[in-house]
Design a protein around this ligand. Structure first.
Ligand SMILES: *[C@@H]1O[C@H](CO)[C@@H](O)[C@H](O)[C@H]1NC(C)=O
Ligand SMILES: *[C@@H]1O[C@H](CO)[C@@H](O)[C@H](O)[C@H]1NC(C)=O
Ligand SMILES: *[C@@H]1O[C@H](CO)[C@@H](O)[C@H](O)[C@H]1NC(C)=O
Ligand SMILES: *[C@@H]1O[C@H](CO)[C@@H](O)[C@H](O)[C@H]1NC(C)=O
Length: 232
């Protein structure tokens, strides 16, 4: 979201929780809370059997806090004008729901049964925002988690079959793709329900894979460069 703002030459979106005036929200706001789930804490417990050990800032609550601030954002006048002229970036969402499972030793196979719940909750928030008047929404898919350093370390394997040709963990990337495919189906459903809204899927997964596929050409990141004689 920060990069989107930069690309449009806008100031960086401010944290929503400090906003009390119309002026504060002039250039948008960031409603994200680090580490938040899609499912609320009780739904998470019900779907996964796990307790989420943090204050509930899940997606629905973030949308609610936007709804609560809307009279200030629109200065109690034209909500519709604010909504139709705004770009909503809904995500990336889902990563934390799944990481919670992985650190609790849940299998990817079991976690696949969570995906419809997570995706439905994302769809439901998209629906709520459109009902508030949003007309342009970007909904990103999950990252290629099989390429992320934490996963590569935590789930490293001696079996070369577990890796694809970029060096990413196949089964974890397949899981991300499973979520993303289901999310795209959900968004297609929302487009039919709301033909006047532009619902854009942002393919973070594909964008990331391009970086890994072209790593040599792009220059490896500094943490992969070895300093001669100083290898750890
Ligand atoms: C949690 O999410 C579920 C499923 O979306 C919903 O039915 C329930 O009302 C929510 N609970 C709270 C406390 O928001
Ligand atoms: C509110 O905004 C909408 C959309 O921009 C516009 O069509 C409408 O005329 C505005 N209403 C008022 C009262 O300004
Ligand atoms: C997950 O499995 C690892 C290795 O078997 C173990 O050390 C760890 O305590 C387990 N974590 C949980 C939350 O069960
Ligand atoms: C890989 O093989 C090494 C050497 O045999 C062993 O020490 C290590 O535990 C293995 N790692 C995994 C993830 O199986």
């Amino acid at each position: 979201m920060l990069h989107v703002a930069e690309a449009y030459g806008l100031p960086l979106p401010r944290p929503s929780m400090k906003g009390r005036t119309r002026n504060y929200f002039q250039h948008g706001a960031n409603f994200a809370v680090a580490g938040s789930l899609v499912l609320n804490n009780s739904a998470y417990k019900e779907v996964t059997g796990l307790d989420h050990p943090a204050v509930d800032h899940s997606l629905g609550i973030q949308v609610q806090s936007f709804t609560d601030l809307l009279p200030i954002i629109s200065q109690r006048s034209n909500v519709s004008a604010v909504m139709t002229s705004s770009l909503f970036i809904v995500g990336e969402f889902g990563g934390i729901d799944y990481i919670g499972g992985l650190v609790s030793n849940k299998s990817l196979e079991e976690m696949k049964s969570w995906v419809p719940h997570v995706v439905a909750a994302i769809g439901s928030s998209v629906h709520d925002l459109i009902n508030l008047g949003a007309t342009t929404l970007v909904v990103p898919g999950n990252y290629a988690i099989g390429c992320a350093p934490w996963f590569l370390t935590q789930f490293q394997s001696n079996n070369t079959e577990d890796y694809d040709h970029t060096g990413c963990l196949k089964s974890f990337n397949e899981f991300s793709a499973y979520h993303n495919n289901m999310l795209m189906q959900e968004l297609a459903k929302q487009r039919l329900l709301h033909p006047n809204a532009k619902i854009i899927y942002a393919d973070y997964y594909g964008a990331q894979l391009q970086l890994f596929l072209n790593a040599e050409m792009l220059g490896k990141p500094f943490w992969l460069r070895r300093v001669p004689g100083k290898n750890q």
